[in-house]
Write a protein that binds this ligand. Structure first.
Ligand SMILES: C[S@@+](CC[C@H](N)C(=O)[O-])C[C@H]1O[C@@H](n2cnc3c(N)ncnc32)[C@H](O)[C@@H]1O
Length: 414
């Protein structure tokens, strides 16, 4: 009756990016091999209990994962008596183990992932009945969501607005082929935290900022170890650097624009004061006003990783003519090769470079971007093509399908 998978992960809207981040998180946790299954926008894993514990702990620092939870049991769909009786008994045992506070009105949400409406109704009614009986016996008031819809996938916003984590639980049921998997949500990304961080930082420039979520993902992709050093040679307002500091990584930022260097320093000081003393954090970061094509003598330390969203070309409201676009990309390629060749001198052998390049999309499937293979060749770096776990190809597109200007994420290794 127990499932071979004990963990589920709900991927974000960019599934490939989310899967890649998940793969890098597992790799950093030294997970060598893992039994997994991909299904729609979910990934199921079998982790041992210490791996599962460390995995849940890292999730607050993930940028693209939406939800994660534990799977408690799986049963064959055809075994109706089994899932009605034995399953529901084990289910209440799980509720006992979950040590839910019984002194408040509790809220439950039932999230049933199935294509069959009949099945959803059946399962939902069964769980409701069992929950009601369970709490009636314990004289606790319980409100079971959703009231109207049969199954509701609570968004992270709803989770935090309704204070679900403090008051109740989300129960998951997956109907996959001939099996049903049951589990509980144990972690949800908190969008309010990012909005607050974004609004409170002293400086942000809308024209060239990287989002907090993407910055967090980029840091995870680099797998920079705790106390290691991460370099951002186009640091802008320092968003990636702050996400590095949060993961106890030392950071170095470079930008050629004095306005950006001032902004980064203000943001890093603000972060330092919020979470630690400014003095204590002073040795964890440094920012230089420099052209990154010529930095070698500025920085003496060896760095573990380079993580950056570089200059992506002139600010454009519409696509330039094709010849003009090609010229922009050739100039960018030259800049990237020069900066990478200079910064790679500081990078440890085996260290990763997480880099973003622009892509212009023209009708009839014409895409124009800097030549990735040529960048790898000219810098003598390895271009990563696959992730350790899961099926996905690199580079990963960042942006939306209908956008005319997009970005691609590449990973290079020294
Ligand atoms: C896309 S922005 C970086 C955004 C940054 N991640 C953030 O969240 O604010 C690119 C930055 O590269 C800087 N830049 C452009 N060319 C440069 C060069 N040759 N050397 C150093 N910085 C450069 C620009 O001033 C700009 O701040």
């Amino acid at each position: 009756m127990t499932t071979q998978f004990n963990t589920f992960i709900q991927l974000g809207s960019n599934r490939n990016l989310s899967k890649f981040e998940l793969s890098c998180i597992l790799e950093k946790l030294n997970v060598d091999e893992v039994n997994f299954m991909e299904w729609r926008h979910y990934v199921f894993l079998s982790l041992d209990s210490s791996e599962q514990k460390s995995f849940f702990k890292t999730l607050d620092f993930s940028g693209s994962i939406v939800k994660a939870g534990t799977l408690s049991f799986s049963v064959k769909k055809s075994d109706e008596t089994l899932w009605k009786d034995i399953f529901l008994d084990s289910f209440t045992r799980k509720l006992d183990e979950a040590s839910i506070p019984m002194n408040k009105k509790l809220k439950f949400s039932i999230n049933i992932q199935s294509r069959s409406l009949d099945f959803k109704k059946k399962i939902s009614n069964n769980i409701r009945r069992k929950l009601n009986r369970y709490f009636r016996e314990r004289k606790t008031q319980v409100k079971i969501l959703p009231t109207k819809k049969i199954s509701a996938d609570l968004t992270p916003f709803q989770f935090y607005k309704e204070n679900m984590l403090k008051r109740g639980l989300e129960i998951f049921c997956f109907d996959i082929k001939s099996k049903m998997f049951f589990g509980f949500t144990s972690w949800v990304t908190n969008p309010f935290k990012d909005i607050k961080q974004d609004e409170e930082r002293p400086e942000r420039f809308f024209t060239h900022g990287t989002s907090i979520k993407l910055s967090r993902t980029l840091v995870n992709l680099s797998q920079t170890p705790k106390d290691g050093i991460m370099l951002d040679p186009f640091c802008g307002t320092g968003t990636i650097l702050i996400e590095g500091l949060k993961q106890e990584v030392k950071v170095i930022g470079i930008d050629k624009d004095p306005k950006c260097v001032r902004a980064t320093k203000a943001n890093l000081n603000h972060f330092s004061e919020q979470f630690h003393s400014r003095e204590k954090m002073k040795e964890k970061w440094s920012v230089y006003m420099k052209d990154s094509r010529y930095v070698k003598d500025t920085i003496e330390e060896e760095v573990d990783s380079i993580v950056t969203e570089p200059y992506l070309g002139p600010f454009l409201k519409k696509l330039p003519k094709i010849d003009e676009a090609k010229e922009i990309m050739i100039d960018l390629e030259k800049l990237y090769v020069k900066v990478l060749n200079e910064c790679v001198k500081l990078l440890k052998t085996g260290g990763k470079i997480i880099f973003i390049i622009p892509e212009y999309k023209y009708p009839s499937n014409l895409q124009i971007s800097p030549d990735i293979s040529s960048i790898a060749n000219k810098t003598k770096l390895w271009l990563t093509e696959k992730s350790k776990f899961f099926s996905l190809d690199l580079p990963i597109e960042i942006g939306r399908k209908h956008n005319i200007i997009n970005r691609k994420l590449i990973v290079l290794t020294k």
